[in-house]
Design a protein around this ligand. Structure first.
Ligand code: SF4
Ligand code: SF4
Length: 62
């Protein structure tokens, strides 16, 4: 099981990560990306991490 989290202080608001999530876990509002679904439904694909320019996204394996 993977858990995704976003450090909103590190998020620059580029909105690069939200479209590509196959689990539709990432949303964008108030100029920041947010985890909008069940964080534990993350598939660990790292697609979001690969496009994030600031390192704001972390995936933990439980
Ligand atoms: S690792 Fe993949 S499934 Fe998990 S939040 Fe990022 S894009 Fe979505
Ligand atoms: S890719 Fe990174 S910096 Fe860009 S919106 Fe997503 S979390 Fe924020």
């Amino acid at each position: 099981m993977f858990i995704v989290s976003i450090d909103e202080d590190q998020c620059s608001g580029c909105n690069s990560c939200t479209e590509g999530c196959p689990a539709h876990l990432l949303g964008f509002s108030d100029d920041k990306a947010h985890v909008i679904g069940d964080e534990s439904e993350c598939m660990g694909c790292e697609s979001c991490i690969s496009v994030c320019p600031t390192g704001a996204i972390t995936i933990s394996e439980m």
